[in-house]
Design a protein around this ligand. Structure first.
Ligand SMILES: [Zn+2]
Ligand SMILES: [Zn+2]
Length: 181
């Protein structure tokens, strides 16, 4: 089999990977777009997995590198390149129209609240030290201290209705957010 654009030999499908990536949506069939989307999604996942692994190994290397100094440079490189690799994956657009498989064609048309419940958020707070706590306030004693508290919050669930502005497909997805009250 050969790529129908550049004629390069390919194992299966109708386009080589390079053409799959670069060809405009409008010049592709729905199957080709679907194949492209699968490729982009797996690349996105690979970037996130390998990038974060590099950063984690790099951070471990940093601690070991404090003892064995040449490792220090390797660790820094791993963290930097791992972070860059991760970010490339992170910013890949992985939202495709489920009907026509085109990219950059979905538009949110409404956002409806479908559920709401009480929850809490852990947060660090500065607490003013009073004379009652700890018994004594003497010179040099800190005036404030930090403490983790459970702040009241609300978790809201939304149903987002979106439309494909190329094929007219209307779909929904759910989103949630937690906000302090
Ligand atoms: Zn090709
Ligand atoms: Zn569409």
């Amino acid at each position: 089999m050969n790529c129908r654009i550049c004629k390069k030999e390919i194992k299966d499908g109708t386009l080589c990977n390079k053409c799959l990536k670069s060809l405009d949506d409008e010049l592709m069939t729905i199957e080709e777009r679907s194949q492209r989307n699968e490729m982009v999604k797996s690349e996105h996942d690979r970037h996130l997995a390998i990038g974060s692994l590099m950063v984690i190994i790099g951070i471990i290397g940093l601690f070991v590198g404090i003892i064995i100094s040449p490792l220090f440079v390797v660790a820094i490189c791993l963290i930097v390149f791992g972070a860059i690799y991760f970010l490339i994956g992170f910013f890949k657009n992985t939202s495709f129209c489920p009907a026509c498989q085109r990219k950059k064609c979905l538009e949110d048309i409404s956002r409806d609240l479908i559920g709401e419940f009480q929850t809490t958020i852990r947060e660090r707070r500065k607490i003013e030290r009073t004379r009652h706590e700890g018994g004594r306030v003497v010179g040099g004693y800190p005036e404030t201290y930090e403490m983790e508290v459970d702040a009241p919050a609300v978790e809201r669930h939304y149903r987002i209705t979106y439309k494909c502005n190329k094929c007219g497909y209307i779909g929904t997805r759910e989103e949630s957010e937690t906000v302090k009250i």
